[in-house]
Design a protein around this ligand. Structure first.
Ligand code: N2P
Length: 344
């Protein structure tokens, strides 16, 4: 009898173990840009759903692409920009998402749906949008800052920070030369490359997210900087100002997507839906300083944020902006130019 009881108890023990294991919570692998979320939002999602988040960050679309393509980590939600989304769709790397099933689909501003990189909004849900421009220290820069040309002014030798990013650096050179930031003309690319090589002795460093911290600390005078980061860093150092030069700049839309290799697509969708709730999106956007494509979240923002021209430039400025497109095979030419620039 004792033996039977022992066996039953053992059985029960194993059963409890098995049930316990099968209930082990899902871990969602989220891959986002650095400094691009209010991390309390992640905590709240975990608390509400019991889904754990493994959060990793990247500095450029290109870094993210390589990591996703290598497949070491099976990411569930990633946040590429427009042109990179187009490429990933073209290469069959993304899962279709029925974004109309998002509880807060109606909250999204229609201006950010159906854009060229995902014409039927089948793969991506807009997360943030913005520009990059020149962040400068008013105490150190005495010339007017209204043109990209100032990043070639020898007076600011070793006080200039450029982004460590192929498309963005080439875009600055193209804009200065009056060419499209999506140029696929070899002569234009050659001229842009030469301009960036010529600029190199003036550049203190090619930076990622640390650029804004260097600017906040007064370690450099002029930097290429994203709009939202300019909003945040200005609060740390009031001597900093942000300008979109007269030649225009890049306008981008970063969106939430689910890679095909994701093993938790349902939970990924839940996370995207969560981020899209107007009050969550509002909290998030207030923390990181970027512009929201969520109309209802925008309406919840204080008027001084809604009217901040750094985050929300006027239509007149937006008209001078260009969106990157997927370059297809010509990207190889850009990469070659970039290796030469960096290798000099
Ligand atoms: C980094 C976020 C930048 C996003 N802070 C640019 N697309």
């Amino acid at each position: 009898m004792k033996k039977v009881l022992k066996l039953v108890l053992m059985g029960l023990f194993i059963f409890t173990l098995l049930v316990g294991c099968s209930k082990k919570s899902v871990v969602l692998n989220v891959y986002n840009w650095g400094d691009y979320i209010d991390e309390t939002v992640l905590k709240d999602f975990e608390k509400e759903t019991g889904i754990k988040i493994n959060y990793e960050t990247f500095a450029t679309n290109e870094d993210m692409y390589i990591k996703v393509k290598q497949g070491g980590t099976k990411y569930d939600v990633i946040v590429p920009s427009d042109y990179m989304i187009a490429r990933m769709i073209r290469e069959g790397l993304l899962e279709k998402i029925d974004i109309r099933k998002l509880k807060n689909y109606e909250a999204l501003d229609k201006r950010f749906l159906g854009l060229q990189f995902d014409p039927k909004s089948e793969y991506s849900v807009p997360y943030m949008w913005g520009t990059f421009g020149i962040l400068y220290n008013k105490k150190k820069v005495t010339d007017p800052v209204d043109s990209w040309a100032i990043l070639w002014n020898p007076k600011y030798k070793k006080q200039i920070l450029m982004m460590d990013s192929v498309r963005d650096c080439l875009a600055v050179a193209f804009l200065r030369l009056g060419f499209s930031i999506n140029s696929t003309n070899k002569d234009e690319l050659q001229k842009a490359k030469e301009l960036l090589i010529q600029q190199k002795p003036l550049v203190l460093a090619y930076v990622g997210d640390n650029g804004k911290d260097m600017m906040a600390a007064g370690e450099a005078s002029l930097a290429m900087c994203w709009s939202g980061d300019a909003v945040t860093v200005r609060k740390q150092n009031p001597d900093l100002a942000y300008v979109i030069p007269k030649e225009g700049t890049n306008l981008w839309v970063d969106s939430l997507v689910i890679p095909k290799t994701s093993e938790h697509k349902e939970e990924a969708f839940r996370f995207i839906d969560f981020l899209n709730r107007p009050e969550i999106a509002k909290r998030n956007v207030e923390f990181i300083g970027y512009a929201t494509p969520n109309r209802k979240a925008f309406e919840l923002l204080p008027p001084e944020v809604q009217k901040d021209p750094v985050a929300y430039p006027s239509n007149e400025i937006l008209q001078r902006c260009q969106v990157y497109i997927d370059l297809g095979p010509f990207l190889e030419e850009y990469n070659k130019a970039w290796t030469e620039i960096k290798g000099q």
